[in-house]
Design a binder for this molecule. Structure first.
Ligand code: 1CP
Length: 357
């Protein structure tokens, strides 16, 4: 059966009734939904074949490739959601910034953004700058039937870190120097990035994405004080704009190493708080006052462990997830490129079996 054979037209088969959306809303589910950050990508041989000789950002802007690459892990693993194949720098490239994704490195910005005049190279995003993204989302939603498509964007801080540093960074020293050295410019930069992120999410939602994830991957490098003063208001702006525009579309908010920030990130306007593997789900539920669904949090490195060890961890996480109003099983961060894809398929089957109601 192809994905499009699903009887998508009847309301019961609408993604709105899917385990993922129900869990995000804290409603009872037939089984714990599961998907993986970076489920599309180098762990799949069929992905590597399609990407042969095609630059990453070219692939992200080619609807046929986006559609096929997004569907690959859904077909192979039977995950409960697709996530749009794209990247957090796609919208900044779309507004005209000179950025590429270098193999083995990540996003590299030709001319970093560090002065007020640099803001001129970062105009607002309008939907007509990313018609290809809307086209890919529409094709995917038609193909996926009852399986929800998750749209995503980078949060202002994580995006700013690439723009200010010029590429991936361990310490974010230039980013933090700008944040503290010129707070007015920092806020203007983040406000612009918030517009770009929110507009990019709206394009995806308007084209049919049924949930969104805001990735603030590197927010865990900030103190809570800095997060609240310099970052949270801008992430809040993105999430609030989406809540106003599409109140029925659940919002997942995720970062790495954010144990100290979980409640603040949830309260910034999320329905679901993403949890990395440094904090147990029961603790995450307590820290967020039991008011939010949780997503996570298997350590992606454990996918390399013997199956018996991995199975024990999965059982523990499924069990801990019961403490939350809703639980979406995921990794604590993205699938590592050398992961055995067959192990991912087994994880999906086990989570479904363990959580069957
Ligand atoms: O050639 C390749 O295959 C490049 C690897 C790759 C892939 C598959 C990059 C470069 N981006 C992506 C796709 C991507 N990026 C997705 C796909 C959807 C899925 O999950 O299946 C998503 C959600 C992203 C988002 C993204 N890009 C984030 C947030 C998520 C996270 O992992 O924290 C970040 C931080 C990026 C930047 C980025 N893009 C690529 C890399 C290697 C990086 C990280 C670089 C660094 O370490 O700072």
């Amino acid at each position: 059966m192809t994905l499009s054979d699903h009887p998508a037209s009847t309301p019961e088969h609408h993604p709105g009734h899917s385990p993922l959306l129900r869990a995000a809303r804290g409603l009872p589910v037939p089984h714990t939904p599961v998907w993986f950050m970076r489920q599309a990508g180098r762990s799949l041989p069929e992905y590597r074949a399609l990407r042969e000789g095609v630059a990453m950002l070219t692939a992200c802007r080619t609807p046929e490739l986006v559609t096929e690459i997004t569907l690959q892990p859904v077909r192979r693993h039977g995950v409960d959601a697709a996530i749009l194949f794209s990247d957090i720098v796609v919208p900044v490239q779309a507004v005209g910034l000179d950025v590429e994704i270098q193999p083995g490195v990540g996003p590299v910005v030709a001319q970093p953004v560090r002065e007020r005049a640099d803001l001129d190279r970062l105009p607002e995003l309008h939907p007509d700058m990313v018609p290809d993204v809307a086209e890919a989302v529409r094709a995917l939603v038609a193909e996926l039937g009852p399986t929800p498509l998750i749209g995503f964007a980078g949060a202002p801080f994580t995006l700013a870190s690439y723009l200010v540093e010029g590429g991936p960074s361990k310490n974010h020293e230039r980013t933090k120097a700008l944040m503290h050295g010129d707070p007015a410019l920092w806020h203007d930069l983040c406000a612009r990035l918030a517009q770009i992120s929110a507009a990019f999410l709206q394009v995806q939602v308007d084209a049919g994405a049924s949930a969104v994830q805001l990735f603030d991957s590197w927010a865990g490098n900030l103190s809570r004080r800095d997060y609240l003063a310099h970052v949270e208001p801008h992430s809040r702006a993105v999430l609030e704009q989406l809540a106003t525009h599409a109140p029925d579309v659940p919002r997942i908010h995720f970062g790495v190493g954010t144990g100290e920030l979980l409640l603040d990130m949830a309260q910034a306007g999320a329905d679901v708080i993403g949890v990395d593997c440094r904090v147990g789900l029961r603790d995450a539920v307590a820290r967020t006052q039991g008011r939010y669904a949780v997503q996570g949090n298997l350590d992606p490195a454990l996918l390399f462990a013997p199956w018996e060890a991995l199975e024990g961890e999965i059982r523990r996480i499924v069990d801990e997830g019961q403490a939350a109003p809703g639980h979406i099983f995921n990794l604590g961060h993205g699938v590592l490129p050398d992961t055995d894809a067959d192990v991912l398929t087994r994880v999906v089957a086990l989570v479904h079996r363990l959580s069957q109601h």
